[in-house]
Design a protein around this ligand. Structure first.
Ligand code: PLP
Length: 410
């Protein structure tokens, strides 16, 4: 497939005719292409060039080389998120990170560890990703009382709502850093402070935040966090979690005791190296520059969508230029009188990839739990459209999307 990108955009009349046939990818929240620098960093560990294929647990030279690469990747990732390398555990992605943190913590507490060994109350934002919600269901089956924290209509979890829901027996609060459908960024530092006042631990699913927002875990004050490489130009099947060293944790995946016993299984060295390289590319200065560019694209696209038809409305309010309360490249709208699937398939035919919600629930015809959680009527929620922009997105992509929607709606 040929993609429309910066190189081909604006290349005269012939170029623009050629571009009509190139596909446009506007679903960066679902996944991103692997960046060339990431692939380059990974290649030796995939091809085994110069003996780079060793098992990092082996004692001989090939093993030591793999181990050195893994530890170097851990340091780079730790620095990128403001953590100590000892607190970073590599795994296969966001879903595994979330399951490992939540399950391992529950297991430890059930075994009498931590500062609240008898606490069984868990608070979870009602619009969390299914990876978190399904693990909350698993906690219920193990005797925990899980209460869902309702977000407000503006797409945010408010600190005062968390304060009102916290109890003396609250063990853990889990709220994502950035909501994956709406793009709203949660006030995680303040939420964690409120949780800590009640002695509760705070876990954040930061999968949609890394690579889009500056993250400093020490400043955020969270006790655990989950990350995934493929959302920021890294490979699929690579991720990591942060575990503060004093967090109660008993690993449930048992085996060779890799990752200091917190995640058994031979590490994906190439994946970890690629993940670290992707994190490095999103330095604070690069992030700030890209956030300004994407927020301008987002605001222009939103204005264009609202002007296109009175059947289109923004799902949540976004202030122009906002790069702190809302993800810079993230647009979510509701289209009245048409369902998400029709919208996605029509745009696909026009050569444009977008989402009707989260990629993993895209096949479901049920209105998204995220939209119902913020109080959007099911009838409206059926016409959800998520457009997420990234490194290769240009203003022309937004124009092509508007033209394709204009053809469908007007
Ligand atoms: N959490 C959030 C907020 C996500 O958006 C995703 C992926 O879409 C995940 C978790 C799961 O991550 P992974 O695909 O790496 O398992």
């Amino acid at each position: 497939m040929k993609y429309l990108n910066e190189e081909t955009a604006g290349a005269g009349a012939e170029g623009s005719r050629r571009n009509q046939h190139r596909r446009i990818y506007l679903d960066y929240a679902a996944t991103t292409p692997v960046y060339p620098e990431v692939l380059e960093a990974m290649l030796p560990y995939l091809s085994g060039l110069d003996g780079c294929f060793g098992n990092p647990s082996s004692l001989y030279a090939e093993g030591k080389q793999a181990q050195a690469a893994l530890e170097q990747a851990r340091q780079v990732l730790a620095r990128a998120v403001g953590a100590s390398p000892l607190e970073i555990v590599f795994c296969s992605g966001g879903t595994e990170a979330i399951a490992t943190v939540m399950g391992g913590m529950a297991q430890a507490v059930l075994n009498g560890q931590g500062r609240k060994p008898r606490a069984r109350h868990v608070l979870c934002a009602a619009f969390e990703h299914h990876a978190v919600l399904d693990n909350c269901r698993a906690l219920r089956r193990r005797g925990f009382e899980v209460e869902l924290l309702r977000p407000r209509r503006d797409g945010h979890i408010h600190v005062s709502d968390l304060e009102a829901a916290l109890r003396s027996d609250t063990l853990m609060v889990t709220v994502s850093l950035a909501q994956n459908e709406l793009g709203c960024v949660m006030p995680v530092a303040d939420l964690a402070t409120a949780a800590h006042k009640q002695g509760a631990y705070f876990f954040t699913d930061a999968v949609q935040g890394l690579g889009k927002l500056p993250i400093n875990l020490a400043d955020l004050g969270v006790d655990a966090a989950a990350f995934s490489a493929h959302k920021l130009g890294g490979p699929k099947g690579a991720g990591a979690f942060f575990l503060r060293s004093d967090l109660p944790f008993l690993a449930e995946q048992l085996g060779g005791g890799q990752e200091r016993g917190r995640r058994s299984g031979t590490q994906n060295v190439a994946g970890a190296v690629g993940f670290a390289q992707a994190a490095k590319l999103h330095s604070p200065s690069a992030l700030a520059r890209e956030a300004q560019r994407l927020a301008a694209l987002r605001d222009d696209l939103m204005a264009g969508l609202l002007a296109l038809s009175n059947r289109i409305r923004a799902s949540v309010p976004i202030s122009a230029g906002d790069v702190h309360g809302h993800l810079p490249g993230h647009v979510h709208v509701l289209v009245e009188g048409i369902d998400s699937q029709t919208l996605v398939l029509h745009l696909d035919e026009a050569g444009i990839a977008v989402s009707g919600g989260a990629a993993c629930s895209a096949a479901s015809l049920k209105p998204s739990h995220v939209l119902t959680a913020i109080g959007i009527a099911p009838k409206l929620a059926h016409g959800a459209l998520r457009i997420t922009m990234g490194a290769n997105t240009t203003p022309e992509h937004g124009q092509r999307l508007l033209e394709a929607l204009d053809n469908l709606l007007n």
